[in-house]
Design a protein around this ligand. Structure first.
Ligand SMILES: [Zn+2]
Length: 47
């Protein structure tokens, strides 16, 4: 059995672990991605 080496990251808003591709890139962040996932980000942007 081989596993994909997908990098996971926990969203600081919904608390779910998602792959890095589910986070918007943000070069100002230490790991190069936002702390919240793109779906949470979309909700923040609506307000
Ligand atoms: Zn989220």
């Amino acid at each position: 059995m081989s596993r994909k080496s997908t990098v996971m990251k926990r969203c600081q808003k919904c608390g779910q672990e998602k792959s890095l591709s589910d986070f918007h890139r943000n070069r100002t962040k230490s790991d190069g991605h936002n702390g919240i996932c793109s779906s949470c980000q979309a909700e923040v942007n609506r307000k």
